[in-house]
Write a protein that binds this ligand. Structure first.
Ligand code: ATP
Ligand SMILES: Cc1cn([C@H]2C[C@H](O)[C@@H](COP(=O)(O)O)O2)c(=O)[nH]c1=O
Length: 218
């Protein structure tokens, strides 16, 4: 049986993650892999209900953080971990790095508290560190906040996060940069401000460079 593979997509709102995740899923399927494509917050009926609350209901930073981790635990138990155990590739549009970027850097939540909550959400009450799940690869779509904001302004009515001011997204962007600096072997930075075709080509090349796609994958 194939070894499960966990790849996450990260970046500020409007960075281009959702525009490219299907392309990678298709390339992996063409290469013979079974792919579970999912997202956070969301991915299960319960987590999708929490997503709707997170994106549209007013709440304070602690409530938001608790809901994000609650959604993640349900998603891990019901979707991510079983798919990895079946030897599938899990492509997840956002994961824990988004929590450190948005609730940590963006909202100013204490990172050590977030780390504790991360362990609790991932390993249960026992806090068993060997059960912690980190992505095998995090594709970080890095774009200047002003570029992302311009894209979203033309795209759709903003949700609660997208309605945040530019300074919030500047903090979130720095939060991602900090996460990438702390885990250089896991993060692969993609210049998301390039033309779509170039972004897609760079994304596929990064996955192929790890031996998970043929070099000529498209
Ligand atoms: N490379 C690109 N050049 C120009 N526009 C782009 C590019 N990539 C995506 N877009 C456009 O930017 C908008 C946001 O793209 P997308 O939804 O993929 O971003 P996202 O990172 O998933 O955002 P969110 O996290 O808010 O869902 C869309 O209108 C999309 O068509
Ligand atoms: C996982 C996660 C997400 N968020 C925020 C980031 C986005 O603004 C929304 C998700 O919407 P998208 O269109 O799917 O990007 O939720 C967060 O604040 N914290 C998290 O852990």
């Amino acid at each position: 049986m194939m070894q499960g593979l966990f790849i996450t997509f990260e970046g500020i709102d409007g960075a281009g993650k959702s525009s490219h995740i299907d392309t990678l899923a298709q390339a992996l399927r063409a290469a013979g892999r079974t792919v579970t494509l999912t997202r956070e917050p969301g991915g299960t009926p319960l987590a999708e209900k929490l997503r709707a609350l997170l994106l549209h209901e007013a709440m304070d930073a602690l409530t938001e953080t608790l809901l994000v981790f609650a959604a993640r635990r349900d998603h891990l138990l019901r979707v991510i971990e079983p798919a990895l155990a079946r030897g599938e590739v899990v492509l997840c549009d956002r994961f824990t790095d988004a929590t450190f970027a948005y609730q940590g850097a963006g909202r100013g939540f204490d990172l050590s508290v977030l780390s504790y909550m991360e362990r609790l959400a991932q390993t249960g009450i026992g806090l068993q560190p060997d059960l912690m799940l980190n992505p095998d690869l995090t594709l970080w779509f890095d774009v200047p906040p002003e570029v992302a904001a311009e894209r979203l302004a033309q795209a759709r009515a903003p949700d609660r996060f997208e309605a945040e001011p530019a300074a919030f997204f500047a903090r979130v962007a720095r939060g991602y940069a900090d996460r990438a600096a702390a885990a250089p072997g896991r993060f692969a930075r993609i210049d998301g401000a390039q033309a779509r075709e170039r972004v897609a080509a760079q994304m596929l090349a990064m996955v192929a460079a790890r031996g998970w796609l043929p070099e000529d994958a498209q």
